[in-house]
Write a protein that binds this ligand. Structure first.
Ligand SMILES: Cc1cc2nc3c(=O)[nH]c(=O)nc-3n(C[C@H](O)[C@H](O)[C@H](O)COP(=O)(O)O)c2cc1C
Length: 170
């Protein structure tokens, strides 16, 4: 079982990157095979049809599409902005959906978020699920959200809950 973890914030002190690492710790305990992509791997110009026509899909987005295609599961850890999804993730889905082979079709995708707010980013994940539905991914029913997120609350997330979260789609 290979799991690809992708973060949706490039901020140095990103709480979503910290949640991603917390999930990776749990995956390690269960000896899941995994690959980590940090959010810099999602860096690409905002989708532009003229750009695509002139230069094709950017290299970074082609590599991302390959990594998604190779994984059994993808875990997306996305911050919530104005009750919606990380633009970095949305843009990456837009670009990778333009790569031949429909890399998201049937892909098992698990969604997680951390937020300093009380809702833990769940509204953004609902939007992300809709977007992923459009590219025909399978999204897992259980989200892993960390409200009031900081180092302590992320560390205190329940291991059993996180491993149930990661086992979805097995
Ligand atoms: C433009 C903007 C909009 C935001 N909107 C929300 C929001 O709707 N809900 C929420 O929980 N947090 C919101 N936040 C706060 C983010 O959750 C917070 O900045 C978080 O630390 C971003 O994730 P990161 O630490 O992984 O970079 C917003 C932040 C910004 C900059």
């Amino acid at each position: 079982m290979s799991i690809l973890f992708i973060g949706g914030s490039r901020r140095k002190e990103s709480i979503n990157a910290k949640l991603k690492h917390r999930l990776v710790q749990v995956a390690e305990k269960h000896t899941f095979d995994f690959e980590l992509l940090d959010a810099d791997a999602l860096d690409a110009p905002i989708y532009h049809g003229d750009h695509e026509q002139a230069e094709g899909v950017p290299k970074a987005m082609q590599q991302l599409a390959k990594a998604v295609a190779a994984a059994d599961k993808v875990v997306l850890v996305s911050p919530e902005y104005n009750a919606s999804v990380s633009p970095l993730i949305k843009n990456a889905i837009d670009w990778t959906s333009r790569v031949d082979g429909q890399v998201w079709k049937g892909k098992k995708v698990l969604l997680a978020a951390a937020s300093p707010g009380g809702l833990g980013g769940i509204r953004g994940l609902s939007h992300l699920r809709d977007i992923l539905g459009n590219v025909q991914a399978w999204t897992a029913p259980l989200f892993a959200c960390c409200p009031n997120a900081n180092d302590e609350t992320i560390a205190a997330m329940d291991d059993d809950f996180l491993s149930t979260f990661l086992s979805q789609g097995d």
